[in-house]
Design a protein around this ligand. Structure first.
Ligand SMILES: C[S@@+](CC[C@H](N)C(=O)[O-])C[C@H]1O[C@@H](n2cnc3c(N)ncnc32)[C@H](O)[C@@H]1O
Length: 293
């Protein structure tokens, strides 16, 4: 998808002489573009799949380009050729690997697709400071494959209801918030950053109706909201110590009250690893967390 490749390269803002690490060689095309701009000696690209890496090497060679193509796990970066001025990942992550920050010069830029468990994803553009903090805004929506080690590994949903039939002993209620109004990519992102351990599934019914299922990764609670056309309110069932539909609804209403901000009003700050903060407009305005996940 050339528009995505070029918008991410634009966000990377490379300058002549920059030393760049790419994670996810794939076809080798992005690496070739970087080589064209910076010279082969300044480009290192890491691919986890040896056969993909070998094909990319062949293609690059045929184009008279010879960046270092490393077979390895890009989640740990590539320490041997560090530090880097720019790091670009072309597979998405759920947390920023601390190795990327450790292998970056102060002032370096990291561009990577980032997304919460619930859904929604955007390209994050982080600048690394001298203290090892990486911070910056998202620059646009994306939908990449996850870096192999960052795949979500969600618990199977039959662990929630076991063999019992819906609605088991769930508390029933109704809501005026349509499940259809919470499914946009940006809305899912806004929900996901506020409820980091939430995930969902949909089961389809007749005539366009469906059931939105909510679960937490800790396997403590579940909820459903039933969508049907031409309805003004919708049936909800919630089970377990957490009220997952209420958490989702609170997250949605916060996002709505903020003026339904798009990806580019959100930002991320992290030292790498599982601890991070997502913020709106400025780093001192963190998004609220609905439940300690
Ligand atoms: C969207 S493709 C990359 C596209 C590529 N930059 C290009 O120009 O064609 C994502 C690539 O990331 C690779 N990948 C997935 N997990 C990885 C990991 N942990 N380390 C390195 N590469 C990984 C996949 O094998 C795949 O080739």
């Amino acid at each position: 998808m050339p528009t995505m490749v070029f918008s991410m390269l634009n966000a990377l803002s490379v300058e002549p002489g920059h030393h760049v690490l790419e994670i996810g060689t794939g076809t080798g095309w992005n690496a070739a573009l970087l080589c064209h701009r910076l010279g082969d000696q300044n480009v290192v690209t890491v691919e986890v799949d040896a056969s993909i890496a070998s094909e990319a090497r062949g293609r690059l060679f045929a184009a008279d380009l010879a960046p270092e193509v490393v077979v390895g796990d890009g989640a740990i970066g590539y320490g041997k050729r560090s530090p880097y001025d720019r790091i670009i990942a072309t597979a998405s992550v759920g947390t920023i690997p601390s190795q990327w920050i450790g292998q970056a010069h102060p002032g370096a830029v990291i561009v990577t697709p980032w997304g919460p468990v619930y859904g929604g994803e955007a390209v994050s553009r982080l600048v690394v400071d001298e203290t090892g903090v990486a911070s910056g805004r998202f620059v646009g929506s994306s939908a990449f494959m996850r870096l192999r080690q960052h795949r979500k590994n969600l618990p199977p949903t039959d662990r929630f209801l076991d063999q019992a039939k819906w609605p088991l002993g769930a508390a029933r209620s109704r809501t005026t918030l349509s499940p259809d109004d919470v499914g946009d990519w940006i809305c899912m992102f806004a929900i996901g950053v506020q409820v980091p351990d939430l995930f969902c599934r949909v089961t389809w019914g007749e005539g366009g109706s469906y059931r939105l299922w909510l679960f937490d990764t800790g396997v403590t609670s579940w909820a459903t909201a039933d969508y049907a056309e031409n309805r003004s309110d919708f049936e909800v069932a919630q089970s377990g110590p957490r009220k997952l539909w209420e958490e989702l609804e609170g997250a949605y209403r916060w996002w709505h009250q903020q003026g339904r901000p798009d990806f580019d009003r959100f930002g991320l700050t992290t030292r790498g690893g599982p601890a991070y903060q997502v913020w709106l407009d400025a780093p001192d305005n963190p998004v609220p967390l609905r439940e300690a996940g």
